[in-house]
Design a protein around this ligand. Sequence first.
Ligand code: SF4
Length: 470
Amino acid sequence: MNTPFPPVEFDAAIISKLSQSGPRYTSYPTADRFQGDFGYGQFLEAVAGLRMRRSRRPLSLYVHIPFCDTVCYYCGCNKIVTKDHSKAAVYLGYLKQEIDMQGRLFDGMGQIEQLHFGGGTPTYLSDKQMGDLMAHLHANFDFADDAHGEYSIEIDPRTVSVERVHSLRAQGFNRISLGVQDFDPDVQKAVNRIQPEAETRAVMDAARAAGYRSISIDLIYGLPKQTMASMTQTLDKVIDASPDRIALYNYAHLPHIFKPQRRIADADMPTPAVKLELLAMCIQRLCDAGYIYIGMDHFAKPEDELAVAQRQGRLQRNFQGYSTRAESELISCGVSAISAVGATYSQNEKTLDAYYAKLDDGVLPITRGIKMDNDDLLRRIVIGKLMCNFELSLSSIEQGFPIKFRQYFAAELEKLKAFEDDGLLTVDDEWISVTPKGRLLIRNICMVFDRYLGVAQDIAPQPLRYSKTI
Ligand code: SF4
């Protein structure tokens, strides 16, 4: 398959009708299903299993730097806001210890083809600290060369100079994503993130001059003080800046969960109707400007690797969103980071104290996780394919698993009929195909295949845990 996908179609009536809370499926099972009885021992077993099977799947690394200088009020990330940079030095000591342990475990098991630094703010680290950390990673893992590896870092343009952008390239990064959210000064003030447009443009120009292979910009719709007029101006500037990829996130206002969001005045929030208009306008403008809607918040230029991978049916979904690489073992280091190794997910301790304590005890700082059963693995593939390709070949699933799709998923296919009636998808003997209208509601469609939804949990009820699907 190598055909362009049909454009996305915005249907306000259907979107309003189906608006509900739901997971983003960066993993399946989702992280709220991880269990406390999964720890270091189970992780070691998973790695031993890979060794026994002589797995040659490529390796990916994720490194989490949790610190930020100031807090953005919309933020729902796991971060530590402090101006005391000595905390980063202590953290780096422990992080290196964890990298040493993971490096020994995965020794000889393949090359790192993907690296992602996320946060927090990775560039909270000084240039010297980052150079040191990258050298440490290279000492512990075998990296594919620059032409074959995807090495990306999230950059807060407020924290880097032109020289720093060049330095990060020299340290091995070849992709950057820039947090922008909105260029409008009133919106920036309302979310406590003052970031002049010129500063962001200077970083992008520097990145182009330094030879980064891809520049991505993060935007958010639904922020306080956003209006159609302000968002139009922001999009003008973004389109003019011409990043290779754009992530357009829906602001999830969950002040009962995320404390900083309590500093956002309710009166400044756009109404749900305005939010939908904002989304429709953003999609229209970005598609008119030549960007392809990849799915779930992501747009890319047609020649960008993400769009190419989607056309060729080899797009993957992971904790960073979409990825062009074949499924790989994901080794994650740092507080709260989530690894995906073999048929397991495992998450590190979420507080610095607990993270440090486990490393002091000489064990990997894993706090919870899950060992997937066959049903989990099957549903993970179904959800992943729908998220990435907007279609699913039933026979391809039957080739990989000993099931008859129509029998195994009889209840799910019955539930899909309501989506079919709304024109969001079609089901025939061979394919489930999501229509242009259904693409924006892909989370709702995938939720049908999520075995855990609706299962009683001793945690907060579903509407409180997840963001709105659109
Ligand atoms: S949005 Fe980014 S920079 Fe702002 S507080 Fe959250 S993690 Fe830190």
